[in-house]
Design a protein around this ligand. Structure first.
Ligand SMILES: NC(=O)c1ccc[n+]([C@@H]2O[C@H](COP(=O)([O-])OP(=O)(O)OC[C@H]3O[C@@H](n4cnc5c(N)ncnc54)[C@H](OP(=O)(O)O)[C@@H]3O)[C@@H](O)[C@H]2O)c1
Length: 342
């Protein structure tokens, strides 16, 4: 099998570290790994397949010098804006985890379980965008239900882990919990979040837009339509919660006609990379603790609305660093390889 030179841009970050783990686990056809970060981490090492690999500094020439064929970016939007086109013109396919290119009309936005064929559009710019973490687990769940019942509208509330805001955001939660046990939480600083996150919930992720929704919420609205190629109405309320890993979502789904909860459960059981955990009387339902470090999206609490037979309620949990970022990016890369070799 052909082997590829792979760059991981942001290799020292929360998503980058996870990409390395997933590449190892899936036994990716990799000839050479080139971990990249800023000058801050250049010279430090990552462990990959039992060996220490030195992180290099991201530069304009590195992709050409290292003959990179696949570049996985997770170093922030401005880094992608500057360097993704450089990597693409050096001949690499770029799979970008940031929001920078997601809504560009000529850049495909891909969740392999939903719109794998869009990967073929990578030729437009050399770039494929990875959706927002909250969108990925949601559309994986929506797809089999839309195919069966014709989805019209989604009302979603999210419960998002601190790791969604990166490594330093996880550290902020841990530090505040330590301060709580040292009786000095009141003096604890918050930099990554607009308020104290320990022992709190924050109904704001990213900044507010003119319509009263946050940018994070509008990502769920716009990305869902682009990925599903359908004008589904979406209304989102995104909430940061004081946990480290795993985003949870409460979905209220309105369909064109009547739905059946048992049939919906069976459809989800057969959907790719979805695990149904739905025995609420036995205490079996998805929780972040279960989804952590896993590559599957967990679905439960599936029930029909008390009043309307065309409305279904579902609870969805997935690891934001894996399903919401690294795993989806690696799945795109594997599909791209499959298409390239076909
Ligand atoms: N966390 C999630 O759940 C998630 C999910 C989907 C997408 N994303 C997106 O992925 C990106 C990274 O997120 P993260 O959570 O991994 O953040 P993070 O933990 O803060 O890591 C950021 C990474 O980017 C590198 N970096 C920063 N500035 C750089 C520069 N000028 N040149 C080269 N490398 C630079 C950092 O390297 P140094 O060590 O050198 O600073 C580090 O490796 C963000 O755009 C985020 O929106 C995150």
């Amino acid at each position: 099998m052909k082997q590829y030179n792979v760059a991981v841009v942001g290799a020292s970050g929360a998503v980058g570290e996870e990409i390395l783990r997933v590449l190892e686990e899936v036994d990716f056809p990799l000839a050479k790994l080139v971990p990249l970060a800023s000058a801050r981490s250049a010279g430090t090492t990552v462990t990959f397949r039992g060996k220490e690999v030195v992180i290099q500094e991201l530069t304009d020439t590195i992709f050409e010098e290292e003959q990179i064929q696949i570049a996985l970016f997770s170093a922030g939007g401005s880094v992608s804006a500057q360097y993704a086109p450089i990597a693409a013109s050096a001949g690499a396919v770029v799979i970008d985890n940031t929001s920078h290119f997601r809504m560009h009309a000529d850049v495909p936005l891909v969740v392999p379980e939903v719109n794998p064929k869009d990967i073929a559009l990578w030729k437009n710019t050399g770039i494929i965008a990875n959706p927002n973490c909250s969108t990925i687990q949601m559309v994986q769940t929506l797809k089999p239900l839309d195919d069966a019942y014709d989805l019209l509208r989604v009302d979603v509330s999210t419960y998002q882990a601190t790791s969604g805001a990166g490594m330093s955001a996880m550290e902020e939660l841990v530090r505040q919990m330590q301060d709580f046990f040292a009786f000095k939480l009141e003096q604890s600083e918050h930099k990554k979040f607009p308020h104290q996150i320990a022992l709190n919930l924050i109904p704001q992720i990213d900044s507010f837009t003119d319509n009263g929704y946050t940018k994070e919420e509008m990502k769920m609205v716009n990305e869902t339509v682009k990925i599903m190629h359908k004008n589904i109405e979406v209304s989102a309320t995104c909430v940061r919660v004081p946990i480290l890993r795993g985003h949870s979502e409460s979905l209220t789904l309105t369909f064109d006609g009547a739905v059946d909860a048992d049939e919906a459960r069976a459809l989800l059981e057969n959907a790719p990379n979805i695990v149904v955990m739905d025995k609420p009387n036995e205490g079996i339902y998805p929780m972040p603790k279960i989804a952590t470090d896993q590559n599957e999206t967990y679905v439960g609490r599936i029930r029909r609305d008390v009043y309307r037979d065309n409305v279904l309620h579902v609870w969805v949990v997935a690891d934001n660093l894996r399903v919401g970022a690294a795993t989806n990016a690696v799945r795109i890369a594997l599909k791209w390889i499959e298409m390239e070799q076909a």
